[in-house]
Every structure is written in C-alpha cells, then in structure tokens.
Ligand binder design. Sequence first.
Ligand code: FMN
Length: 213
Amino acid sequence: MRTEISPAILYAGSIVVLITTENEDGSPNIAPMSSAWWLGHRCMLGLASYSQTTINLRRTKQCVLNLASDTMGDQINSLARTTGTKEVPARKITLGYRHVKDKFGISSLTPVPSDLVNPPCIKESPVQMEAELVDIHEMSKDVPDRAGSSVALELKILRVHVDDSLRLPGHPNRINADKWRPMVMSFQELYGLAPKKATNSQLAEIEEELYRA
Ligand SMILES: Cc1cc2nc3c(=O)[nH]c(=O)nc-3n(C[C@H](O)[C@H](O)[C@H](O)COP(=O)(O)O)c2cc1C
C-alpha cells in the first residue's frame, strides 16, 4: 500500500559541503549546504539567492567546497542557522537564524590558504575542492512568489586536496571509497554511511581513469 503525500521538503539524502567564500571586506565566510552534485569536473550547487555565500560567489566567482566527514557533526551544528548577511532575511528570522560574522571562530574550524582561489580551505575537511563560478541559473521562474529566491550555480573544479589517509594505495589520483565517510543530510537529519559496502558495484568495475576528460 502507498499514500500520496505532499512533503514540504524533498531532501532525500546528499552529502554535506562546507563552502568557503570571501566577504566584501576580505574576511572568510563558511556555509553548510547539501544541494550539491558533480558531473565530471563540474559541480552544481543549489543555494538561496539571499545567502551571503551566493552574494560572495556572484561577486568574486570563487569558493572552496570542503566536504564534511561524518565526524564533523559538532562543527556543522555550530554553523547551522547562522548567516553571514548582516541583516538576517525575514524568512531566516522565522526559522531561528542569527547573524554570525566569524564563522571560523564559532565552529572552531581552521583556515588554511588555498592555492588558486582567495577563500581558504578548511583544514578539518578531508576533501577540499578549489572552484570557480562559470554559470548561474535562476530557479523557479515559473512560480511568481518563488522566482529569484534560489539559484543553481555551475562551478568548475580547479584543484582537489585530499587527506593522505583517504588515498587509494597504488593509484596517485584516487580516493579510497572504503575509507571516505561523508556526512549525509537527509530530511534535515545528519547520517554517516554504514561501515561497509551494501553490495558489489557493477559500475565500479569500470577503470576510473576512463572518465578523465
Ligand atoms: C546540513 C545543512 C545543509 C544545508 N543545505 C543547504 C542547501 O543545500 N542550500 C541552501 O541554500 N542552504 C542550505 N542550508 C542552509 C544554509 O546553511 C543557510 O542558508 C546559511 O544561512 C547560509 O549561510 P550564509 O548566509 O552565510 O551564506 C543548509 C544548512 C545545513 C546545516
């Protein structure tokens, strides 16, 4: 038996990314987000238009995608319901958000310099991707009271840094999927992956280098 329902959100599960961007005064901002997916060396992000991260990305065209491991719950929670915008948008006030200027301070995360972009990497994130903005798509243009409220951002990944503990021995450019434990956000709750594979993967029989463009 199944029932038609109308969930207010449809976030069925995707990994948590801590995006670092540069504020207008040169200070760094961090925002947790999870509407992110990759195709080749491009990444699509879904973000609220009025978030400081979106404002910074539109202006500077640079960010770092710091992937959160499942041990980073405290840091993610300390950043949740905060915004870098000085004026907290009415919608966020309703949801209990507050303005925080020093996101690194509040989360006890550590900035380390990036190679190719101004925003810093986050030392505690085991996978860090320096990226630049290449395109913006305004979402929900067909819905009068939602038009312009969110955007899909296409990023070009410029450089990837990975903690050595996650590298696959014998493969200079591979991440060991058995070792990488991402934090997953599903319907607002935070989960880790089970410690072992659910089943064998037919897809994983393809040599990873064959995907390189
Ligand atoms: C685990 C988690 C996942 C989130 N995912 C998203 C998301 O995918 N897109 C989005 O716009 N906001 C998302 N948020 C909310 C943002 O963090 C929030 O809008 C925040 O105020 C952005 O910070 P900023 O205004 O300093 O950029 C998420 C928050 C948490 C804690």
